[in-house]
Structures are given as C-alpha cells and as structure tokens.
Write a protein that binds this ligand. Structure first.
Ligand code: PLP
Length: 434
C-alpha cells in the first residue's frame, strides 16, 4: 500500500483504531533521515517520527550495542539484579544534568516518566510531613502523556475531555502564547506577566495544597514549539521556591539534545527539582524514559521507606544499552551543536518562505524543535477556516511528495494550525535545503 492508495483497511488486526482516514504505507527500511516504503518510495523524516529519532535511523553503533547486550542478557528484573547498562547510563546521563540532579530512574516511555515524576513528588511531600500537598499545577495548552495521571495534567481538551469524568483534573494556567498578545509590553514584561499567573494560581488553590508545577520548557506538539520570553523561566523557578512547590520540567520532547543543549533548561540556567525524559533518550532504538531527581529528595524518600513505584520493564538492560550508545553518538558527533546550527537554518528558511507566502504566521522554536503557524492574516494571526482542514492537507501533500511533517490543529487553547519541523539531529545543511 502506498500513500496515494484509496484508503486503509481498517479491519486488519494491526490497524491501531486511529482516525479511519489515516493512511500508512508499510515501511521497508530506514537509514539516516530517510525511510523507504515497500514500493521503494523514499521519505524524508522531517519530524524524527514523533520528535524522537534524534540520531537518525540505522545507526551501526547503537545496533551493535543492542546486539552485544542481547548476547549478555536481554532482561534482569530490577528487584532481583542490578545491571551494568542501567548503571552506566545513569552515571553518564546524570553527568549531563545541571546541579544535583544526580539520580536516574529508568522507565519505558514519556508517559511513564511523567507519572513517575508526579508520584515521586507526592512521596517526597509525604516523607517530609507535607501531606496536604497534592495538586500539580500545569499549563494550557500542554501535553504530558496518554496515561490517566499524565492526562490529568495535560492541557489539551480534545484528548482529555472524554476521560474528564474518570480523573481529577489538576489546575491549569495559560502557557505563554505571547505571539498572540497584542499589548504594549516588552518581551521581558510579558514573560513576568505569564510567570506571575503561577503565583496567582498557587494563592487561589491554597499554597499548602500545591505539590508541584509541571511545564514543558520548550513546548511540543500541543503548543507548536512554544518558547517563553527569557524572563519567564527564572521567575517561575523563584515562585516555586518561594512557595515550596516542586518544579518539574517535562523534557520528554525538548530533552536529549533536541534544542541544542542536553536539557532545554540549560538555555536558562535552571535546575528543576525533577525532570522527565524519553523520546530522544532511546531515540527510536528502544522504549526508554527516565525520571531524574535531586539527591536530597531521593534520600528523603529512601529514608521514609523508598520510592513506592515501578514497572516490570523499568531499568531494562536492552533499552539502557541502546540509550547509552545513543548518548555516545550525540556527544561524539557534536549533534547538539548541529541541532543549533540546522535549527537556525530552518528558521531562516521558513522566514524567507514567509516573505513569499503570507499564510505562514509565527515561526518559532529552539534548536531542532521548530514550528510555524498557518494563518489567514499574519498581522492579527487570525486562523484559517476550519473547513479548509489546512493542516491535514499540508501533511497529506507533503507525504505524497515524500516528506513527513507533524501538525496539530490547536493553539493557545483556541483553534489554529501549526506544523512542526524537527528532523533528526544528524541532518546536514544540504538535507535541510532539500
Ligand atoms: N510529555 C511530552 C512533552 C510529550 O511530548 C510526550 C509525547 O509526545 C509525552 C510526555 C508522552 O510520551 P509517550 O508518548 O512516550 O508516553
């Protein structure tokens, strides 16, 4: 089947029950930034899958590391054995972290990482006699995962609404969608204005009841690579400290080098209390995620009996061996530096395109987490009519032409179209032009 065939067979067992019009060709092979389907058609992966294939496809070093680990052992249960792959990855990964973020807890994906952060925060509160702290404030729009706990802190109505009666939704504050603001504030003032919404929310909810604030430092799919003004980050950290609220950074998409630094937090010199990582950590070679926590917090939880949380595949040796080889590739080939350069090239290219095509609105992002808006009027950032189904048509057209892009029809909680341009961090200048 290819992308232009009449439609998917929605009754075959492997069909994932997604929207029925989704047509997916069978993949035949993949290498670098390219994938080929069974008809031999080549696709540029302009979004690294769902922003995870950070070092490209078919990396021989990672493949070798997985094979070596397989020959040793593919599995050893974490309650029965330590394993060298997880230990080494924890050591090398925490060396990339700022401050005393020195402890890693490995899981199998982003949602599990976010769940782990929330449960760890709660257990830290209990361990330190702060039993009333249970609310996790997050932002709207945001995406933190598909499991019910992660969904409760997700600010994206189309995904949360059906499950709202089954969970206690947590308080949300607006994410700094400053490109939509039409006030006379400077970027610095705008950043502080949005950050102060957190202090207001903490006061409103009752400071003694607030456990944590959870945010994506550079937004992902739900906001379209939203970057806040610089002043936002430090002020948010200050407010959290002032109220004893734990600051959790969801770096599932922005972490592992995608924005040009290992953590997006590093751009602003922030040391969050807890960090969620995934996607680029296993980079598509293995299902892998991590919660990174600060030593004093971990010790407090350990003293109170230990972290009561875990998954069968947590700290899986095969996944950790893959993750370790991915990290080596990232560091040895200066891929974070490349992400910065190629990201600048992509943003400059999109701005040049915007001069010719007035329907390209805001262009934004950091490193290779880049997005642009589709608008009917750039001055007002008015959205395109919903009936146009513009984002889906862009995705379909690009697919037909052999380019995979990612899009969402939402922005700042209102309807709107944005497209993400996030190729693997190995992308070359020539490939960006292509
Ligand atoms: N957090 C963020 C910021 C994400 O972008 C995602 C996935 O897109 C998740 C959490 C959930 O990760 P996963 O799909 O691996 O469970």
């Amino acid at each position: 089947m290819n992308s232009t065939s009449s439609g998917p067979d929605t009754r075959k067992p492997s069909h994932l029950f997604y929207q029925s019009r989704l047509r997916r060709p069978l993949v035949a092979r993949a290498e670098g930034i390219y994938l080929w389907d069974q008809s031999g058609k080549r696709y540029i992966d302009g979004t690294s899958g769902p922003m995870c294939v950070n070092i490209g496809y078919g990396n021989p070093r990672v493949n070798e590391a997985i094979k070596r680990q397989l020959d040793q052992t593919s599995f050893a249960y974490r309650l029965h054995f330590e394993n060298e792959a997880a230990e080494e990855l924890a050591r090398e990964l925490t060396a990339q972290m700022p401050g005393d973020l020195d402890r890693a807890f490995f899981v199998s994906g982003g949602s599990e990482a976010v769940e782990s952060c929330i449960k760890f925060a709660r257990q830290y509160a209990l361990a330190t006699g702060q039993d009333q702290r249970r609310k996790v404030i997050s932002r709207f729009p945001s995406y933190h995962g598909g499991t019910l706990g992660a969904l409760a802190v997700t600010g994206y109505e189309p995904l949360t609404a059906p499950f709202a009666p089954m969970m206690e939704s947590m308080p949300k504050i607006p994410a700094p969608t400053t490109y939509l603001d039409r006030d006379n504030l400077s970027p610095e003032q705008r950043g502080l204005k949005y950050a102060d919404l957190l202090a207001d929310a903490i006061e409103r909810e009752g400071p003694e009841s607030v456990l944590a604030f959870l945010m994506e430092p550079v937004g992902g799919a739900s906001t379209g690579a939203l970057v806040a003004p610089d002043s936002y980050y430090g002020r948010v950290a200050e407010i959290c400290k002032q109220y004893g609220v734990l600051l959790i950074y969801d770096e599932v998409m922005s972490g592992a080098g995608r924005t040009g630094r290992y953590l997006a937090a590093d751009h602003w010199g922030i040391t969050p209390d807890i960090v969620a990582l995934s996607k680029g950590l296993g980079a598509g070679y293995a299902p892998l995620g991590a919660m990174i926590a600060r030593t004093p917090h971990v010790e407090a939880v350990l003293d109170a009996g230990g972290f009561m949380h875990g998954y069968t595949y947590a700290g899986n040796p095969l996944a950790c061996a893959a993750g370790r080889a991915v990290l080596h590739e990232l560091l040895d080939h200066n891929l974070m530096e490349n992400a910065t350069l190629r990201g600048e090239q992509i943003q400059a290219g999109l701005r040049r395109l915007a001069e010719r095509f007035p329907f390209i609105g805001d262009v934004r992002g950091k490193g290779l987490l880049v997005a642009f808006e589709l608008v009917s009027d750039r001055a007002t950032m008015a959205v395109l009519p919903k009936e146009l189904n513009a984002y889906q048509r862009c995705v379909d057209l690009a697919h037909e032409k052999g380019l995979i892009i990612y899009s969402r029809r939402t922005r700042g909680g209102i309807e709107g179209d944005h497209l993400l341009v996030c190729p693997p961090l190995i992308v070359t200048a020539a490939e960006v032009e292509e």
